[in-house]
Design a protein around this ligand. Sequence first.
Ligand code: ACO
Length: 402
Amino acid sequence: GLEIKTLLKDTGKVTFDPGFANTANTTSAITFIDGDEGILRYRGYSIEELTEKSTFTEVAYLLMYGELPTAEQLTAFEDRLRVHTILKEDMRRFFDAFPYDAHPMPMISAAINAMSTFYQDSLSVDDDEAIDLSSIRMLAKMPALAALAHRKVTGMPVVYPDNKLGLVENFLRLNFGFPAEEYELDPLMVKAMDQLLILHADHEQNCSTSTVRLVGSSQANIYQSIAAGVNALSGPLHGGANSAVLDMLDDLLESGQTPEQFMERVKNKEKGVRLMGFGHRVYKNYDPRAAIIKKTAHEILDKMGKADARLDLARRLEEIALADDYFVERKLYPNVDFYTGLIYKAMGFPTNMFTVLFAVGRLPGWIAQWREMINDPATKIGRPRQIYTGASLRSYVPIAER
Ligand code: ACO
């Protein structure tokens, strides 16, 4: 049988909760989710209202500092970010060493980790000023880091930030400005990018955010904690799902299978066949982010004149799923990743950059959660228990006798 070792000072029971599906590791005042009702709020503001009325920079401020900024506070915040957009040249050269055909996610996490070596004046976790400096640095430099990875994988020349522009505008120019001086910002792209980044900005204790908190609970610095979060986000069951959705749609269009045939394979649980972009640990209703982004996907593809067979296919798969008992009984609905890839593709991003875009969006959340964790007197080093299932005591056998 299973043996649970309990210490005298323990309460006598260890909870066995794989995937922490029902275990809270912290209190938090940042994000509220009601998965049954399909509700998402940052600091009390609904995601619907924020995507309609706010900007990514303002939302980043809200998440990090708890309140919407006044006009003065927002200007001061933007000015502070501007000072830190440029990377040290040695830091930029770091990217030269990566193979051009590598995935950009490990490039980003390695580069964020390396920030611990380039910005040593902001590593203290006890000093409020250092904490704030490292938060601002992370947020300000992330667009350049992500765009460097993009330039690397597409073999395009590097563009330096233009500090006359705001964070989102700069990000688009860093990615697509070629030649950079002549790049004209498309207001539709700016609005869509702003909206996409806001939608991803936080999602309480998901896998990557919990990773940031867990690593940070040992008092590792913010760069190390967030680099770990980027790695957690890489997996196809988490942030990697947005590119997996596009691969799935492309494969399906190429294969000549009908959507109905594909869905039968999903329901039969054929190895490796899942309806990517569907299902969620917390949402047992329509993911509110998917509802917003589905509408935007349509508008963007329409306005850009990019009729996309993939969008039609995605909508057909959703239609089938919402009317099928397999999905209804399991409460599987589209999640945020189901429609985002179509927009990223229309904007001109290669598929392997999609998860990096998720990371750029999630960054304010990681920063806010790390700050909340490090300032919370109740924080303890994260250290789950286990239920041991291995051998009981046995004697060492000399190698000649094995
Ligand atoms: N396609 C087909 N069946 C599914 C899917 C899916 N996308 N998702 C879940 N199921 C089925 C499971 O096979 C399981 O069936 P069973 O009860 O017969 O065994 C049941 O639904 C419950 O699924 P679990 O895997 O136990 O749910 P869990 O909460 O552990 O997983 C997850 C959630 C990882 C998101 C899962 O739904 C999945 O793999 N989805 C596809 C990947 C994806 O889109 N990930 C993005 C998540 S959102 C984000 O990171 C922003």
